[in-house]
Design a protein around this ligand. Structure first.
Ligand SMILES: Nc1nc2c(ncn2[C@@H]2O[C@H](COP(=O)(O)OP(=O)(O)O)[C@@H](O)[C@H]2O)c(=O)[nH]1
Ligand SMILES: [Mg+2]
Length: 369
């Protein structure tokens, strides 16, 4: 693909220029444009690789998907085994064409898919030569678990940077900005009292993405990088945490110190574990489960007992409609209302409409017409 070659050359040229440019007030504007250009090219490359289907195919299953990322020997395979029982060493995966090894963690009524990506992270650089492929797998996840060997914990900082370069944003939300394109002349900037980049920088970034007129409204403090993420619209946002592994090989004092440093620098939660002795593995399961904010709903027939054995597991923010969809989407139009007891109800057996938002632990009785 000639296109691809051109894009890669252009990208590396821009990156080179970016890294050569000194960062100061005078070069700020130039750097902003470069960053926007880089984001723009990356977006095009990604959409091409998606269309040509070069990504690995992984089927999502279960209620949520967690991907393990880490340097070789950090303990990913051992952790997959500790969490799910799947032994990726049984077959010599290193010499097979298997790209992804999935396991299933059952926890508190939820099924959480765990993916190990052996061989994808080679040497010091995540995804050397194949970062787009890796990104395509990682991007389907709901949660990223960084697996780090405490004896070489500095690697996590490099890993986190590289994940950022793949346009994956951990523990952040899509920037709250609105752009209304206009037909005639000029951009109106509405910072709404928030701290935002200078007018020049905003206009340059927007122009780079071919937005020349209209209004841009900010709903939160916004950095230049956030603005580029928003206009390029090429990022995925997911939750993440760090499993600090092999704590059986370090003193408690070191574990505490390292955990604190990682948390301070990455703003991710750090769960110290040993995949080998399985110490703290239950804590880790609990942390993942809590972070996923899954909602378990127990169905109750009108004159019967709730089924506490088989909860329906939904994403947070789900409504009665989503509950019905989970059972059978054909029933949606026949659903009249529901009775709810539990966290989302103001009182027991509250009658609610189909737009009612359910919460973890709710007991729901559906009423069909
Ligand atoms: N002492 C200790 N060794 C571990 C632990 N977890 C993994 N290992 C060892 O570290 C090596 C690499 O582990 P592996 O799970 O294959 O790492 P991967 O390359 O990230 O999949 C193996 O020899 C494991 O036995 C742990 O918690 N403590
Ligand atoms: Mg492995």
């Amino acid at each position: 693909m000639a296109d691809r070659k051109y894009e890669e050359a252009k990208l590396s040229e821009l990156k080179k220029e970016y890294s050569k440019t000194k960062h100061n007030k005078a070069t700020n504007k130039h750097l902003g444009i470069l960053r926007a250009k880089i984001a723009n090219i990356k977006r095009e490359m990604e959409s091409h690789s998606r269309r040509s289907g070069t990504g690995y195919s992984v089927r999502k299953s279960g209620n949520a998907t967690v991907v393990l990322v880490g340097f070789p020997n950090a303990g990913k395979s051992s952790l997959l085994k500790a969490l799910t029982g799947v032994d990726s060493k049984v077959a010599d995966y290193a010499f097979t064409t298997l790209d992804v090894i999935p396991g299933m963690l059952e926890y508190s009524g939820a099924k959480i898919q765990i993916l190990d990506l052996p061989g994808l992270i080679q040497g010091a650089h995540l995804g050397k030569g194949g970062s787009m492929k890796i990104a395509s797998v990682i991007r389907i996840a709901d949660f990223m678990l960084f697996v780090v060997d405490i004896n070489s914990y500095q690697q996590v900082f490099q890993l986190a940077d590289e994940i950022g370069l793949l346009n994956i944003r951990i523990n952040r939300k899509r920037p709250r900005i609105r752009i209304e394109k206009g037909r005639i002349g000029g951009m109106n900037i509405e910072p709404n009292g928030h701290s935002v980049p200078t007018k020049d920088v905003i206009i340059n970034i927007l122009n780079e993405f071919k937005i020349f007129s209209g209004e841009i409204i900010f709903y939160e403090d916004t950095t230049e990088d956030m603005l580029i993420d928003f206009v390029a619209d090429n990022c995925v946002y997911m939750k993440g945490a760090v499993a600090l592994n092999k704590i059986d090989t370090a003193e408690d004092r070191k574990v505490e110190f390292v955990a604190r440093e990682i948390k301070a620098r990455t703003r991710m939660d750090v769960i110290p574990i040993s995949a080998k002795t399985t110490s703290n593995i239950e804590d880790l399961k609990g942390s993942i489960f809590t972070a996923l904010k899954l909602v378990r709903v127990y169905l109750k027939p009108k004159d019967g007992a709730p089924d506490f054995e088989n909860p329906l597991v939904l994403d947070s923010g789900s409504t009665i409609v989503d509950v019905v969809r989970k059972i059978n989407s054909k029933l949606i139009s026949d659903t009249k209302y529901a009775y709810v007891s539990g966290p989302s109800a103001r009182f027991s057996n509250q009658k609610v409409g189909v737009d009612h938002t359910v919460m973890d632990g709710d007991i729901v009785t559906l009423v069909f017409s």
